[in-house]
Ligand binder design. Structure first.
Ligand SMILES: [Fe+2]
Ligand SMILES: [Fe+2]
Length: 229
């Protein structure tokens, strides 16, 4: 079985994560290097583990989380699709069963809120993990006129909790007063909605807390269908 440790050692993966991180640093985006990759990997795995998915599936989620942003090495636009295409060849060449390769690549290609759709449990876990990673350590050079920088910098702690019995996934953020809930919502609303849909896919309710106050209306979003127009 191909593991995350195998993927971490792959020279193509190493080079693509570095190229992705360097490209986004040049664009003055928030940090997208090994810290973000490792956080999303561990959190994706934790979500599926707490919901009873087996170790093999947890490992696939770990891998997906680690490599989800490598497509930024090609271009920020549609980077999830690029990640999926790049990892298809790499994982296939490493000898991963093709059904597992496809499941990971579908998750990668669907993790962006602009074009993504939650398509499988790995995809759902990846979305929740990725969208929960807002934190001041992701701001390398604080630009006060960039609202993403300002909001991220104000977040002192972020955590995802999964109650497997009650089927509740909670994302908790602790902000100081250098930003506001309004600022947070103004840039992250589409991410919150995608996390709600991802939680629903996993049979769970999603709760968003900021400074221990629930911000969204926890609900089951029944009947969501892809826009086929
Ligand atoms: Fe991404
Ligand atoms: Fe990401």
């Amino acid at each position: 079985m191909i593991t995350l440790e195998d993927v971490k050692k792959n020279p193509e993966v190493k080079a693509l994560i570095k190229a992705s991180s360097d490209a986004l640093e040049a664009m003055q985006y928030t940090e997208h290097g090994l810290r973000h990759a490792s956080y999303v990997s561990a959190t994706s795995c934790m979500i599926l583990k707490n919901l009873g998915y087996d170790e093999h599936y947890q490992e696939l989620a770990k891998i997906a989380g680690y490599v989800h942003d490598i497509g930024n090495a090609i271009n920020r636009k549609d980077h999830g699709v690029s990640s999926g295409i790049l990892m298809y060849s790499i994982l296939k060449d490493m000898g991963m069963p093709i059904s597992d390769v496809c499941e990971i690549c579908s998750a990668l290609g669907n993790h962006e809120e602009e074009i993504g759709w939650v398509v499988n449990p790995i995809s759902a876990a990846l979305v929740i993990a990725d969208k929960s990673d807002a934190h001041r350590t992701r701001v390398s050079r604080l630009n006060q006129s960039d609202i993403h920088d300002v909001v991220n910098f104000s977040i002192l702690k972020n955590i995802v909790l999964v109650d497997g019995e009650k089927k509740i996934i909670s994302a908790k953020f602790y902000m100081d007063e250098s930003s506001s809930v309004m600022d947070y919502l103004s840039i992250f609303l589409s991410r919150i909605i995608m996390s709600e849909k991802a939680s629903q896919f996993l049979g769970c309710t999603f709760k968003l807390y900021i400074n221990d106050v629930v911000i969204n209306t926890p609900k089951q979003l029944g009947g969501a269908k892809a826009d086929k127009s």
